[in-house]
Design a protein around this ligand. Structure first.
Ligand code: WTA
Length: 652
């Protein structure tokens, strides 16, 4: 290999040979089997999406153009009109499914609510009228800052019903983060709660909202849901209790047909630098994309499945696969308010058993945490109803995938590893269960309708090996831009490779064309000229029985350019053995990838959505002062690691 090649390719080190073809039992009822989705989409992707849009969505007016594509701006189903809230609610009630449970909600303290489609519709019609009475009109922005309670879905659907765009801010974010997002969106109304439950205690939201509103001149009204029961300060004329407004609101608010390209929501995502980006999603294309993917990727049988996605509604996963996808498909789902370890480490499994959950969708960070807690926790519960498992948010290490399949899925449930982003709106790369032969740790192939390619530094297509993941064709759920910042939109996603959307992720293709996600390209290390993905070294570490979770970073090194530093969390009952782990990595993927140093730690620093913050670990490893730590879920973790890095003997 020339020095040049070494510069331009991300090395492909980890070889995973296990394969799981779909079982006959799963295939029998699989929605994807026998549909020719792949062939149809390959022959005519726009025609394929149009077919999904007309089969899966109710339109008030037909579109005249399927897709208008002027790089980098797409419009889908142009001229069409529809209402998202109608599609998620009214049409199911009109079809006679009003008594079907939409949401089994479980509060952290153990209180529950069962909400049917009819009940949800009444609530949404009322709240739509409440919003109108507060002066919200089509085109306005409404901010939502709530715990995981049904009112979050009600608020979102009510905005959609009247054509206001929502901007949901995760309840764990600070008042400053909330204020920045409200100001960028120039929101008129804020919907919040007194507080919510987390780890057995009430966390206060209203005081943080109050602090934010002190610097958000556009907010005219605040609606407060009573949940935590904590005392709050209500400002007369500005602040209103949700239950009081709802008590007198009319439950008649017909859904208004919206233009297909009407702004449905903004969702802010933090970039590597600078202020958060308001990712824009619109109506017809987005709803088509999430309805279609929720149906086929999760093989949803609405008449019998009980679906559960453990994300928070404050993230895109909550928007697309708790609110819009499942409700549009008329699914019955579980929504849980709290943390997975309250009152004990088996809380999620007790919920699976209680509601007979059949489809379970969570994140690798959660799966690795469950591994750490041990196999006894799921063993306490009958989880035989589970038939399909999903993963999203980070690359899933092959061993975590195997554990998930074996220990949670009894070795029978297919695992769908779904790659996508806030910007893509919906799932892009994933197996279709029943149709795809799975490989542990691979997101497999672009779903029908999506075109992805791996390219090298120069933008040339790579057919085998590592590179950058790009998308080559517009898709219905794609972001329509960054709110108020078209240049940044162009620059961030469309400037690196001409005519291609660049997602920021590395990926490799194996000899059978399977895609393996390698993490953010900012995380790729350069060791003596070899470009090694952190994901592969982490997966090698996690394949050792002692390791539950690992984070790997490249730290500056005078000899090798960068040196591999690993942070490792052990599984219960195992002892730290650095030499053993270093040798294990050498055996799995080669001596070049052997970590120079391994730190053992009970926790890894993560963002609030559960992604490992390698940037911070790099700062720690290189002895730098920490930059922005505001998105960190638990700051004490890094302080502890910093202390230990300072005490560590210098390596030779
Ligand atoms: C990462 C979450 C590997 C990726 C829906 C992406 C993944 C970022 C996967 C988007 C996956 C998400 N395998 N990496 N299955 N899913 N990612 O916007 O780096 O919170 O770019 O959307 O998460 O994160 P976001």
């Amino acid at each position: 290999m020339s020095a040049d090649d070494q510069q331009t390719n991300i090395d492909d080190l980890l070889l995973e040979n296990r394969k799981f073809p779909p079982s006959a039992a799963f295939k029998k009822n699989s929605l994807a089997v026998g549909t020719h989705l792949y062939d149809q989409a390959a022959a005519d992707d726009e025609g394929f999406w149009a077919q999904q849009a007309s089969e899966l969505i109710d339109w008030d007016q037909d579109w005249h153009t399927i897709c208008e594509w002027n790089v980098p701006y797409a419009k889908w189903f142009v001229g069409g009109k529809l209402n998202v809230s109608y599609n998620c609610l009214d049409r199911h009630v009109l079809a006679g499914n009003g008594d079907k449970v939409a949401i089994h909600w479980e509060g952290e303290p153990g209180d529950t609510r069962t909400i049917t489609y009819s009940e949800l519709l009444v609530e949404v019609e009322k709240f739509s009228n409440v919003l109108k009475s507060l002066g919200v009109v089509k085109g306005d922005r409404v901010n939502i800052y709530l715990p995981m309670i049904p009112e979050a879905a009600v608020a979102m659907l009510s905005c959609a019903r009247i054509g206001a765009a929502h901007s949901v801010v995760f309840g764990g974010f600070s008042s400053q983060a909330l204020a920045d997002r409200i100001n960028d969106a120039e929101a008129k109304v804020l919907i919040t709660a007194d507080g919510g439950y987390r780890r057995g205690e009430v966390f206060e939201l209203k005081p943080a909202a109050d602090e934010a509103i002190a610097s958000t001149p556009t907010i005219e009204h605040v609606v407060v849901v009573k949940r935590g029961g904590n005392k709050v300060n209500m400002v007369a004329g500005r602040d209103h209790w949700y239950h009081e407004l709802m008590a007198t609101a009319s439950d008649n608010c017909p859904a208004e047909p919206m233009d297909s390209e009407q702004l449905l929501f903004l969702l802010y995502t933090s970039g590597t630098t600078g202020k958060p980006k308001g990712i824009m999603h619109t109506t017809g294309g987005y709803l088509t994309h999430v309805t279609y993917t929720h149906k086929y990727v999760f093989d949803l049988h609405p008449e019998s499945d009980v679906y559960w996605c453990t994300a928070d509604v404050g993230w895109i996963t909550g928007h697309s696969y708790i609110v819009y996808g499942p409700l549009s498909n008329g699914a019955t789902q579980v929504i849980y308010e709290g943390v997975p370890n309250y009152p004990a480490n088996d809380r999620l499994w007790s919920i699976v058993e209680k509601y007979g959950v059949t489809i379970f969708y969570t994140a690798p960070t959660a799966i690795r945490t469950f591994m750490k807690w041990g196999d006894d926790e799921p063993a306490k519960h009958d989880m035989s109803t589970l038939r399909l498992l999903g993963s999203v948010g980070e690359p899933i290490n092959p061993e975590a995938w195997m554990w998930y399949r074996d220990t949670i899925g009894r070795g029978e449930c297919p695992v769908v590893d779904t790659w996508w982003q806030t910007e893509t709106g919906g799932i892009m790369i994933s197996p279709l269960p029943g149709a795809t032969t799975l490989k542990p740790g691979s997101a497999t192939f672009p779903i029908p309708g999506i075109s992805a390619e791996v390219v090298d530094d120069a933008g040339h297509r790579v057919d085998h090996g590592g590179g950058y993941l790009t998308l080559t064709r517009p898709w219905p759920g794609m972001l329509r831009g960054i709110w108020n910042d078209p240049e940044r939109y162009q620059e961030t996603y469309w400037s690196r490779f001409e005519g291609r959307y660049f997602a920021g992720d590395g990926a490799k293709l194996d000899s059978e064309g399977y895609l393996w996600l390698l993490g953010r390209v900012d995380d790729v290390m350069n060791i003596s000229g070899h470009r090694i993905s952190t994901t592969e070294v982490e997966s090698a570490l996690v394949s050792h029985p002692a390791v539950a979770e690992a984070a790997v970073v490249g730290a500056n090194d005078p000899t090798t350019g960068q040196a591999i530093i690993a942070y490792v969390t052990l599984r219960g009952g195992y002892e730290a053995d650095e030499t053993e782990l270093r040798n294990h990595v050498a055996k799995e993927i080669g001596a070049i990838a052997k970590p120079k140093m391994i730190y053992f730690t009970p926790e890894l620093p993560k963002t609030r959505s559960g992604k490992i913050m390698r940037r911070l670990l790099r700062d720690v490893a290189e002895g730098r002062n920490l930059g922005d730590t505001t998105t960190l879920a638990d700051a004490s973790v890094v302080n502890e690691l910093q202390k230990r890095a300072a005490e560590a003997p210098s390596e030779d």
